[in-house]
Write a protein that binds this ligand. Structure first.
Ligand code: ADP
Length: 173
């Protein structure tokens, strides 16, 4: 038995900020399911299988973290996998507003499931998936912010869309 927590999000793509939250949750709960939302209300760079594959690789060394995709209501998926807890990450006051609203709605829908927010680690407080996409699009460095294979995948994706700027001189020396 034990407590299962789900950590839902778009993960487009997974960043070290996400990995940090997933690992910290895995130190508290018996198992963590990183739940990749199939159809978020935002435009995606990666397909669902791609987002799942990258997240799976990013947490592959953590035995009690698994990755699954889901569609439909989050609380529906939480009930399906018998999760008692939904984990979310908090970076700034702006996150707080969104997360509070979502947590209250989820509690209305499923009062038996508790939402637990973990505060970001300082190193990742400024990090978001959309910012990473912007940095890579503009040819900037992303070391320590996303796994290397994520940076590579983003470069390929954005290049195929004709969006990657040439690598600047200062970067190549
Ligand atoms: P969303 O669910 O809005 O699509 P994401 O997939 O980007 O969000 O992120 C999923 C969860 O991880 C959210 O709770 C978000 O606040 C949190 N998160 C994202 N980046 C970080 C970070 N750098 N540090 C801590 N938490 C983060």
């Amino acid at each position: 038995m034990g407590i299962t927590a789900i950590y839902p999000g778009s993960f487009d793509p997974v960043t070290m900020g996400h990995v940090d939250i997933a690992r910290r949750a895995a130190a508290i709960f018996d198992r963590v399911i990183l739940a990749v939302y199939d159809t978020p209300a935002k435009s995606l760079v990666f397909t669902t299988p791609e987002r799942v594959a990258m997240a799976t690789r990013a947490v592959s060394d953590a035995p009690n973290i698994s990755v699954r995709s889901f569609s439909g209501l989050l609380v529906g998926f939480a009930r399906e996998v018998e999760a008692k807890v939904i984990v979310r990450g908090l970076r700034a006051v702006s996150d707080f507003e969104v997360e509070t609203q979502m947590a209250l709605m989820n509690r209305k829908l499923a009062p038996e499931i508790e939402v637990v927010c973990l505060v970001t680690s300082l190193n990742y407080s400024f990090l978001s998936a959309s910012l990473i996409k912007e940095i890579i699009k503009l040819g900037g460095p992303s070391e320590g912010l996303v796994p290397d294979f994520v940076a590579e995948a983003l470069q390929h994706k954005l290049a195929r869309k004709g969006e990657v700027a040439p690598v600047p001189r200062w970067l190549t020396g």
